[in-house]
Design a protein around this ligand. Structure first.
Ligand SMILES: Cc1ncc(COP(=O)(O)O)c(C=O)c1O
Length: 439
């Protein structure tokens, strides 16, 4: 690594300081801490691909509504634990306009980020029936949800869906579901990190199996509408964001404001529970938490206990953003297309310098350009690649953090500035020259 543009001793010193046993295996937040320290000491900037920070300004309509709400004094008042009325109503309209599904305002519940939504949902789902206590993750996935499982002390199973797309999905899922212990299935689509997107046939399979085995589907739509191969941006007009909600009523959808509205800092998201799941009585759940129906258990038992609701002003921001999108004044998808364009450029730089894409295909078509992509360097494990790239000023996390069986890393495009593309190209050239033995 004699050609590496960063001082190896400083990086090694910081790795020791943070007591990181193997930087290749480090979690997102540990890589963030390490790179912050190295940047501070060297004064040099990394090409930071480890964390899904939006990287765009927050949606103005949200900021203005939030300021207005604060001026009116909402900060002094506890919000309703199941959300303010205007937000619930706009969320229900949004579900109709952009997913083409009917769900009452009652089932549209704000949460402190989707993180809190999944936390509460995991807790509820694992307690609806005795013996059904295990969550199935269709991986690769968002690593922090596994951490939530660990914190909750709940059981999960997982498989990498890469080799089980299309008609292979049903038998693979039934392998797990037929054992009878699975209470819920979790996935994101578009998928963090591979950016595969389930098609209608796959969602139909998932929906049918949810009914057959009576389990809850948790569909994480953190990247709502971001399969830029189609235009999902027109309210009330097809095409609509594909969703399992078309095929089953056993669903909870998670819509985060973090990425689609660049509103991550305010920690505001929506949990959308179908009408029939909301009002369902599960005796085991009632026994465990002392609540009534499923929806009220989520709001009045779990969310009440976790944070007693979601930021009051944040809810006004979210209500305004959804309203503007519903009325067609705010094309949120146009604003975030920049991610897809950056991904195309960044992939080209990696491909020109000896790297390859890991999850290359999406049901026979090239994977779309979006918020994340996955890359490998021949002959290197994902962990080795993360560790080696650190010395070349590029930070990322390894795919094994995400439940993937493939060797490679996850690249997040959002935080990388276009002005850094020159640095990225130069660093990848040096990396390739060294590891291909040409330097
Ligand atoms: C798939 C997925 N779900 C959930 C989240 C977290 O969303 P929030 O910021 O609303 O908690 C992320 C953030 O990166 C994500 O990638």
């Amino acid at each position: 690594m004699n050609n590496s543009p960063f001082n190896k001793e400083i990086i090694d010193k910081k790795i020791k300081e943070l007591r990181i046993a193997d930087p290749g295996k480090a979690s997102i937040r540990v890589i963030v801490a390490l790179v912050n320290l190295v940047e501070e000491e060297t004064g040099a900037k990394y090409v930071r691909m480890e964390m899904g920070v939006p990287g765009l300004p927050p949606a103005r309509v949200g900021v203005e509504a939030e300021i207005e709400a604060l001026k009116k004094g909402v900060a002094a008042i506890y919000p309703m634990v199941d959300g303010i009325k205007p937000l619930k109503e706009e969320a229900s309209r949004f579900a109709k306009n952009f997913l083409n599904i009917d769900v009452s305002a009652k089932g549209c519940i704000p949460t402190v980020g989707s993180m809190q939504g999944t936390y509460a949902a995991f807790m509820a789902a694992a307690n609806v029936k005795e013996g059904k206590d295990t969550t199935l993750f269709i991986d690769p996935g968002f690593p922090v949800q596994k951490q939530q499982m660990m914190v909750l002390g709940q059981k999960y199973e997982t498989f990498d869906v890469f080799h089980f797309r299309g008609e292979k999905l049903r038998p693979k899922l039934e392998e797990y579901l037929s054992k009878g212990n699975i209470c819920s299935i979790v996935y994101s689509s578009p998928n963090n990190p591979s950016w595969i997107c389930f098609n209608e046939e796959e969602l139909q399979v998932i929906g049918e199996l949810a009914d057959k085995y009576d389990l809850i589907i948790m569909e994480d739509l953190a990247y709502f509408g971001m399969d830029f191969r189609q235009d999902f941006s027109k309210p009330g007009e097809p095409p609509y964001q594909p969703t399992v909600a078309k095929y089953t009523d056993n669903y909870i959808l998670f819509i985060s404001s973090s990425k689609i509205f660049s509103y991550a800092g305010q920690r505001c998201a929506l949990m959308i529970i179908s009408d029939s799941l909301y009002k369902r009585d599960y005796p085991a759940l009632q026994k465990r938490f002392g609540g009534t129906d499923f929806g009220s258990t989520i709001t009045l038992r779990l969310l009440y206990a976790l944070s007693s609701g979601t930021s009051h002003s944040g809810q006004y921001a979210m209500a305004a953003m959804l309203k503007a999108a519903n009325e067609g004044h705010f094309n949120f998808i146009e604003d975030i297309k920049e991610y897809g364009e950056k991904a195309r450029e960044m992939k080209r730089l990696f491909l020109e310098n000896g790297f390859d894409i890991v999850y290359k295909n999406d049901l026979g078509k090239p994977i779309a350009d979006g918020f994340y992509f996955t890359i490998l360097y021949p002959g290197m494990t994902g962990n080795q690649l993360v560790a080696n790239l650190l010395y070349y000023g590029v930070s990322a996390i390894a795919l094994d953090n995400t439940g993937s069986n493939e060797e490679g890393i996850r690249a997040c495009v959002s935080f990388v500035q276009r002005e850094q593309f020159g640095d990225l190209e130069h660093r990848l050239k040096l990396f390739n020259a060294h590891f291909s033995g040409k330097d």
